[in-house]
Design a protein around this ligand. Structure first.
Ligand code: TRP
Length: 335
């Protein structure tokens, strides 16, 4: 099989939590070491501007997310790791795609439709608070993807539609002009866990139920102790399939460890004890990367340099393709 190019973006808002780690970062880094695969990972800071208008927060979050991926062992020699805003060809391509992407296609985007719906429910103007950034978000995302001729786009379910739109936009361009774009496919990995948060719902910043990734041992322990459980006493058998503690355990333990914990649940392990073991297991995996994360955060100059090098590598792909795109649409010199 020929080499597949895998590409994914991380919007730089917020600080990564355990759910991001288990659901996206850890599998992405593991997959990037597989042979016959080229991985492109980037910090989607232009996408962040759609959600966040606090400049310091955008900058801080970009730093934290870059440090997180590096601390977790991303190998920047064997991957292309860059910041979206360091690639001037991306906004340039975005405009060109805007000129052929159908507005009707954008009208159907879930995020936009949800915003309109909530305005209508509230009796507001349908477009209240809707920016052009939010509306044309999928076009920027299409440019991210098409710019690098990526085949596979690992995403969460909520992003499948955007990848399909990128495909649609690529097809239209290829048909109207020149066959320059690869048609990308969304890849949703059913084997990676969607981690439950403290209250048992999906772990998500918007539910305020997250367990921090790198905020220190104390906060990690405190969060794990806050995981909601039922009222069964020590000695009473507990149902692992109905337990956030067990679900988290499965994301960090090996097969033997999972079997042992299942047995412990049947034998009535106390919640306090199960949480203690969970904390120890999670902490064992994260302690090393956490120390590295702190070291990296204290040296933003180094991160800046890593990102610039990544951008140089990325631009060896984007600059020549952009020249072909300009040529194809007629943005050409006179002679
Ligand atoms: N929109 C994605 C998200 O919020 C992030 C993203 C931006 C992305 N550009 C991308 C993901 C390109 C995959 C490919 O999760």
């Amino acid at each position: 099989m020929s080499t597949r190019r895998v590409l994914t973006g991380i919007t730089t808002t917020g600080t990564p939590h355990l759910g991001n780690y288990v659901g996206a970062i850890r599998p992405a880094i593991a997959a990037s070491t597989v042979a016959d695969r080229e991985s492109f990972f980037f910090l989607a800071d232009y996408h962040a501007l759609i959600k966040c208008s606090d400049p310091d927060q955008v900058q801080r979050s970009t730093l934290e997310i870059a440090a997180t991926w590096l601390a977790l062992g991303l190998d920047t020699d064997n991957t292309v790791f860059y910041r979206q805003s360091d690639i001037p060809e991306i906004p340039e391509l975005t405009w060109i795609l805007n000129c052929s992407a159908a507005k009707g296609l954008m009208n159907r985007a879930h995020a936009y439709k949800a915003a309109v719906q909530s305005n209508e429910d509230a009796g507001e103007d349908p477009d209240f608070g809707v920016t052009m950034g939010l509306f044309s978000y999928p076009v920027l995302m299409a440019a991210d993807i098409l710019m690098f001729k990526a085949h596979d786009i690992p995403v969460g379910r909520d992003q499948i539609q955007h990848v399909e739109m990128a495909r649609d936009i690529a097809q239209r361009f290829n048909h109207n002009f020149t066959e320059l774009f690869v048609l990308p496919e969304a890849r949703v990995d059913d084997n990676v866990a969607v981690l439950q948060g403290l209250d048992g719902r999906k772990m998500s910043k918007s539910y305020n139920n997250t367990i921090p990734l790198f905020e220190g041992e104390k906060k990690l322990k405190k969060a794990i102790n806050k995981i909601k459980t039922n009222l069964l006493e020590p000695g009473e058998p507990k149902d692992p399939n109905d337990s956030t503690v067990f679900q988290l355990w499965c994301a960090f333990a090996d097969e033997q460890g999972i079997e042992d914990m299942r047995k412990a649940f049947a034998e009535g392990i106390a919640w306090g004890e199960a949480k203690k073991q969970l904390f120890e297991r999670v902490n064992e995996e994260l302690a090393g990367p956490r120390a590295e994360y702190e070291r990296l955060l204290a040296d933003p100059g180094h991160i800046e340099q890593v990102l610039r090098q990544g951008a140089d590598k990325a631009r060896t792909h984007s600059a020549p393709l952009m020249a072909e795109i300009r040529e194809a649409v007629g943005i050409r010199p006179m002679t």
